[in-house]
Design a protein around this ligand. Structure first.
Ligand code: PRP
Ligand code: URA
Length: 227
């Protein structure tokens, strides 16, 4: 097995990147990267990692004191205050909706359909459906791959045009190029990811990466296997 140890990235401007170091996420990521992992296991691993990213990305959600009657007496607790919306970038982001909803069953859900052109790696939008009233909501944008950053920047442009003001990106593998592009375009958006990989290759795939996430998740493509 080949291990990849990321070097610390140095940026000449502020970047809001939260590396999710939880050992369970890191362990699952090894199998997720493995070129021989089939879609059924791939989905389970993505779900497990998604739960941990969701926990990390929602640590600071606002709460409010509430009263609760236990079988013995009244007491108080903290309930989440305010609206949370999870927005999946199709297709690959679909795998992170359920883990977020496991955490936040009350969250509303939106979808933005984006696809990278195979040759230019430029994203274009083919669908979209967002809940109304986003201006006071915390938006958890979920897309497992942050490569050039084109898709994330476009999704956030769309969200902001729809009124969103508080957005976090939950990702599984990020490239330094994508983190930089996102920080330049949307410096207010924090990224939560268990992996900051080395670079983009000449086809704008993340290296070492895990190949085409959407294809591996849905079983629609060839497995990218290293020699
Ligand atoms: C993948 C991935 C991201 C995007 C990242 O989607 O899920 O949305 O590429 O690349 P970028 O940062 O360079 O924009 P893809 O367009 O392959 O569509 P899919 O999810 O339907 O497979
Ligand atoms: N999209 C993917 O699915 N994988 C990459 O490496 C880059 C973009």
């Amino acid at each position: 097995m080949r291990f990849y140890r990321p070097e610390p990235q140095v940026y000449s401007f502020p970047v809001s990147f939260h590396l999710v170091t939880h050992p369970v996420a890191q362990h699952a990521l090894v199998a997720l990267r493995d070129a021989t992992t089939a879609p059924a296991e791939f989905r389970q691993l993505a779900h497990r990692i998604g739960l941990i990213i969701a926990a990390e990305a929602t640590r600071d959600l606002p709460t409010t004191a509430v009263a609760v009657q236990t079988p013995l007496e009244m007491t108080t607790g903290q309930a989440i205050a305010g609206d949370v919306v999870v927005v999946a970038v199709l297709r690959a982001g679909l795998c992170l909706v359920d883990p977020v909803l496991n955490f936040l069953p009350q969250a509303r859900v939106g979808h933005i359909g984006l696809r990278r052109d195979e040759h230019t790696a430029q994203a274009h939008q083919y669908s979209g459906h967002l809940p109304e009233r986003l201006s006071n909501s915390v938006i958890l944008l979920v897309d497992p791959m942050l490569a050039t950053g084109g898709s994330a920047v476009m999704a956030i442009d769309i969200l902001k045009a729809a009124g969103a003001r508080s957005i976090r990106l939950l990702s599984i593998v990020a490239a330094p190029e994508g983190v930089e592009a996102l920080a330049r375009a949307h410096p207010d958006v924090a990224v939560y990811s268990p992996a900051l990989d080395r670079e983009l290759n000449s086809q704008k795939f993340i290296a070492p990466g895990l190949g085409d996430f959407g294809d591996r998740l849905h079983g629609t493509g060839v497995v990218h296997k290293q020699a």
